[in-house]
Design a protein around this ligand. Sequence first.
Ligand SMILES: [Mg+2]
Length: 170
Amino acid sequence: MILYPRLYIDNVRCIKIDFLNKNNIKAIILDMDNTIIDLSKNIPEGTKEWVDSLKKHGIKFCIVSNSIHKDKVIKIANELGIDVFILFAKKPLKSGFKKAMKILNIKPCNIAAVGDQIFTDVIGANRCGMYSILVKPIDRKDILITKIKRPIENYIINKYLKKKGNKDVF
Ligand SMILES: [Mg+2]
């Protein structure tokens, strides 16, 4: 199901090395807004440490954002020590993910793509054959366009959780 994530978790820091190894994941593509920063551009405590610890295990990172604000993306990428980032990715289109894949030089089946939105992050990742991970948005506030989509996303998430029960839907 293209609308469903492979995994639904509270935040990026729930992604542990054991899980990545078990699923043969070598790289993580991160969405930016409401996934690694809140709307005031703050990075939640522990996020940098989380990136560092996974990097020590050889996991590669890339930020793929629909944002057009270059300075903002560069600042966040620098703060997290992530040197690969794609701006204006136009998710759920494949182009941004494909660029990331090429730079990372890792096959899509070995990449996890993480984000807070079904209609951009999850669909895009699923279309590319990556391991899609949905996180809860850091901020309750959203920009207008996202605010409109949230009730529909919540409906899909509830259906997903019901279907999933205790078993893996994939
Ligand atoms: Mg987002």
